[in-house]
Write a protein that binds this ligand. Structure first.
Ligand SMILES: *[C@@H]1O[C@H](CO)[C@@H](O)[C@H](O)[C@H]1NC(C)=O
Ligand SMILES: *[C@@H]1O[C@H](CO)[C@@H](O)[C@H](O)[C@H]1NC(C)=O
Ligand SMILES: *[C@@H]1O[C@H](CO)[C@@H](O)[C@H](O)[C@H]1NC(C)=O
Length: 401
């Protein structure tokens, strides 16, 4: 049964990919009912997809879709009329749904209901009932927002625009700012009972959704996530230094540090070199997936004049003061060496799942990185069932082919 379901999901993924081949101009049309991965975007606020319709054609102000994420924060669904003068956005904060509405002179922000970032599929429904906006989760009303302004005249002409994973108005308009990037998947969407497709940028590469996910940041072996250390937690005591702890299963370059005239690269973890490769036949160019090796913990400690890895001193230098370099801002890169230098070319990007990254005990969210490669999944890793996924995707591929 599960197997069948997987095939169906994978086939709809293929269907999505086939649909995406119908490129028109610089836009592509994406089936509004298919599986859509909202992660892997290039820009923070620009929606991944959008559609518009004439308000006069709308028969039902109701949208519903299945939604799955492990990400605590990000933009999910946006809608507006009057070219953005009236707008609405559904996002997550601490995993809990939050709605913000801007209408005439009113700005509203409401958060409530259950946490949705548990990695399970949830059915979300949004509808407008007169002056109220209602959010249902799994057929249960979770949030109701009422809104009234004497300045608003209900105007049913003009266009309505919908968007996924971003907004069409300036973020300055938000009442309660949030981090828009979201690592989430959507499927089975019905948007205002419209049969139109989503429009997306022609450079966007649709990504499949993993059939089962677990917490962590997934690095497929093609790119890095970069932080400025001055944005990260700083020194508490000189003796303890600054610790970076990484938990997970991976191979390749773990991290690197750079500042003017200084570069440090922490490469392969011993005992983690035995990486089996499997081919995922979902996309035309087949995609290699590193199977997780043995789970590992790495503790990287920055002291005033030395760098220490798992209690072993790796680098000692009296001529550098790492504490002031950290405070001023070095580049801390997870998963490789940034740029196109010889060093970057000669190292292997990290492949695997970093279940947790802590800096000074605080969880680091890759969605807040200075730069994150679009192939990284900031909050989800495929589970060990990857093997199974690979088998069934091959079957689906053959069936479809
Ligand atoms: C919306 O209405 C305008 C004019 O009233 C028309 O030209 C346009 O094709 C309509 N758009 C859609 C998506 O129906
Ligand atoms: C949705 O659209 C279908 C087909 O266009 C129509 O038959 C149905 O009545 C619509 N539903 C609502 C709630 O408007
Ligand atoms: C890091 O941040 C500091 C302080 O904002 C800034 O001066 C520095 O140029 C930044 N470094 C990089 C590499 O972005």
């Amino acid at each position: 049964m599960n197997y069948l379901k997987e095939v169906v999901i994978l086939l709809s993924g293929l269907y999505l990919i086939l649909l995406c081949r119908r490129v028109s101009g610089d836009q592509r049309q994406i089936s509004s009912k298919g599986v859509i991965n909202l992660a892997h975007r290039r820009s923070k606020w620009t929606p991944l997809m959008q559609m518009s319709a004439n308000l006069s054609d709308i028969t039902s102000i109701r949208s519903f879709f299945e939604f799955r994420t492990l990400d605590p924060e990000g933009a999910v669904f946006y809608g507006d009329t009057k070219e953005g003068r009236d707008w609405f956005v559904l996002s997550l904060r601490d995993g809990i749904p939050e709605m913000q509405i801007g209408k005439a002179d009113i700005l509203v922000s409401v958060k409530g209901g259950r946490k949705l970032n548990d990695g399970a599929w949830h059915l979300l429904e949004l509808r407008s009932e007169g002056k109220f906006v209602v959010l249902e989760v799994n057929n249960k009303v979770e949030l109701v927002v009422g809104l009234h302004s004497k300045l608003v005249e209900d105007d049913l002409t003009g266009k309505i625009r919908l968007a996924l994973a971003g907004m069409l108005v300036d973020k300055q308009k938000l009442f309660h700012p949030f981090e828009p990037e979201i690592d989430a998947c959507i499927r089975g969407g019905h948007w205002l009972n419209l049969s139109t497709t989503w429009d997306t940028d022609s450079t966007w590469e649709p990504q499949p959704c993993f059939s089962e996910i677990k917490k962590g940041s997934y690095f497929p072996g093609t790119g890095v996530a970069m932080f400025n250390t001055s944005d990260l937690p700083g020194l508490k005591t000189e003796e303890a230094g600054i610790t970076v702890e990484i938990f997970g299963s991976w191979t390749g370059t773990t991290l690197s540090l750079q500042s003017t005239g200084f570069e440090y690269v922490l490469g392969e973890l011993d005992g983690n070199k035995d990486v089996k490769e499997v081919q995922l036949g979902l996309k035309e160019e087949s995609e290699s997936v590193a199977l997780p090796g043995e789970p590992a913990t790495l503790t990287f400690t920055v002291l005033k004049h030395s760098l220490v890895v798992n209690s072993v001193s790796e680098l000692e230098t009296e001529s550098l003061d790492f504490f002031s370099m950290w405070k001023k801002g070095m580049l801390l890169t997870f998963g490789g060496v940034p740029g196109d230098s010889e060093k970057a070319k000669s190292t292997h990007y990290l492949r695997g799942c970093l279940e947790k990254i802590l800096v000074q005990g605080q969880v680091i969210d890759l969605d807040r990185a200075l730069y994150k490669h679009t192939a990284l999944s900031s909050h989800s890793c495929p589970t060990e069932a990857m093997n199974e996924l690979t088998k069934s995707s091959y079957k689906a591929f053959i069936l479809a082919g």
